[in-house]
Ligand binder design. Structure first.
Ligand SMILES: Cc1cc2nc3c(=O)[nH]c(=O)nc-3n(C[C@H](O)[C@H](O)[C@H](O)COP(=O)(O)O)c2cc1C
Length: 402
């Protein structure tokens, strides 16, 4: 198929560029990200899971194999072999997506709304990670919920052994981080530093694939490039060639960091066009409506939400939280963190500050954010959150949108 024959007349918001029509399922767009409404009525004879239509052309050319069956996947999995129950996913976020935050979000949304979550990255360097480190990241309920464990590193054997141990602990999906721009990752040639070497990326994905039983999918999360996006397709193909079952693309380059206005959804569509595995689009989802808009514009099979989920944990459903609901969420987070950390106030306060930095639901912290962030005493901060102190606005429900 020539590149032009894939084009439709749709354009990306704000770019005026045409968007590719093809999606990995062969559909031009998704009706909804609500799994209940869009899943195919056809079901797998092996698992009873709904089946997503396959890309017939790719199958015919022998380029695509059916994903292996994951016995741990939820019964409502919408793409066979992946442990996700809906198309909206929570992004891995260091310092945020700990077991407490993930569990609160999973409790808040049913399976048809929030499809799955990812851990913060676990760095694998000088040796494979011990089981207790993996267990701590998973949390008490982690491995049994719709969750991917994210690893970051560049040592094939150590990554493989860590993944194998994680699988023994019940992990349903292993993701590898090719997106972290932090200096530490760059120094040790991990995270997005690996984008400079697609063949090494392929080998790392393959090492994880080889280390795991076939029913545990390996996925990878990339940025769109280092300085620019000129070799984006090569990066996407490296992940596919390594045997990944899903590619997540954060549609900013390393150079663009997290800057506003740099999330370019057409990069997600380029990945959709380049590979025959499902693509998860990430970057620039700021509100509920953007989740579906991104999938429609790009043909991505999943949409991953990062900072907007810290700003408003209800972003997946579009529910407009009241002041009380917002305060309760933060208080429950603080309570649970205190329990899990055995009362480590400094740690709990640091995590709360990370959330306050982004929080928007019900307009809390609108006028007082910097005051909250300047609070020196961890005990004072945690106590104020626990007693549901005034966080503005004082009205019980958020003002209606104009
Ligand atoms: C505080 C923070 C921590 C992050 N940690 C990770 C991480 O551990 N692994 C990862 O792959 N990406 C990480 N990211 C990147 C996000 O997963 C996501 O790609 C990025 O925020 C873009 O999505 P957004 O525009 O929806 O926020 C992090 C982002 C933030 C803001």
């Amino acid at each position: 198929m020539s590149p032009t024959s894939r084009r439709s007349s749709r354009t990306f918001p704000g770019t005026g560029r045409p968007s590719p029509k093809k999606s990995w399922t062969g559909r031009s767009s998704f009706a909804s990200f609500d799994g209940a409404r869009i899943s195919s009525p056809a079901r797998s004879p092996h698992t009873g899971f709904p089946l997503v239509p396959t890309n017939t052309a790719a199958h015919n050319e022998g380029r695509m194999v059916s994903p292996p069956i994951n016995p741990c996947a939820p019964r409502t999995a919408i793409i066979e072999g992946l442990p996700f129950s809906a198309r909206a996913l929570l992004a891995p976020m260091d310092g945020v997506t700990d077991p407490t935050f993930r569990d609160l979000l999973l409790d808040l949304h049913d399976e048809g709304v929030l499809g799955g979550t990812f851990t913060e990255f676990l760095r694998v360097s000088a040796h494979p990670l011990p089981r207790h480190a993996i267990e701590k990241t998973l949390g008490p309920r982690g491995a049994r919920r719709r969750l991917g464990l994210q690893l970051m590193g560049n040592h094939e054997a150590h990554l493989g052994e860590t993944a194998r141990r994680a699988a023994e602990l019940g992990v349903q999906l292993i993701d590898i981080n090719f997106g972290c721009p932090a200096r530490g990752a760059a120094k040790s040639i991990a995270g997005c530093a690996l984008l400079a070497d697609p063949s090494r990326m392929r080998r790392l994905v393959q090492a994880l694939r080889d280390a795991l039983p076939t029913h545990i999918p390996v996925t990878a999360k990339i940025r769109s490039g280092l300085e620019d996006d000129s070799n984006l397709e090569d990066l996407a193909k490296a992940v596919e060639d390594g045997g990944a079952a899903l590619l997540t693309v954060h549609c900013r380059t390393k150079k663009e960091a997290y800057r506003d206005g740099t999330a370019r959804w057409e990069r997600i569509a380029r990945c959709v066009a380049a590979v025959n595995i499902p693509v998860c689009g990430n970057g620039g989802i700021e509100e509920h409506a953007h989740i579906e808009a991104m999938m429609r514009a790009t043909g991505a099979a999943f949409a991953m939400v990062g900072r907007a989920a810290i700003a408003d944990p209800w972003v997946f459903s579009g529910h407009r939280a009241t002041t009380d609901e917002s305060r309760d969420f933060l208080a429950r987070y603080a309570e649970d963190m205190l329990e899990r950390t055995q009362g480590r106030m400094v740690r709990v306060a640091a995590r709360l500050k990370q959330m306050i930095r982004y929080w928007k639901a019900a307009g809390l912290f609108e006028e007082s954010r910097s005051r909250w962030l300047r609070t020196k005493s961890p005990e004072t901060l945690v106590a104020a959150i626990l007693r549901r102190a005034e966080m503005e606005p004082s009205c019980p429900t958020p003002p209606a949108k104009a």
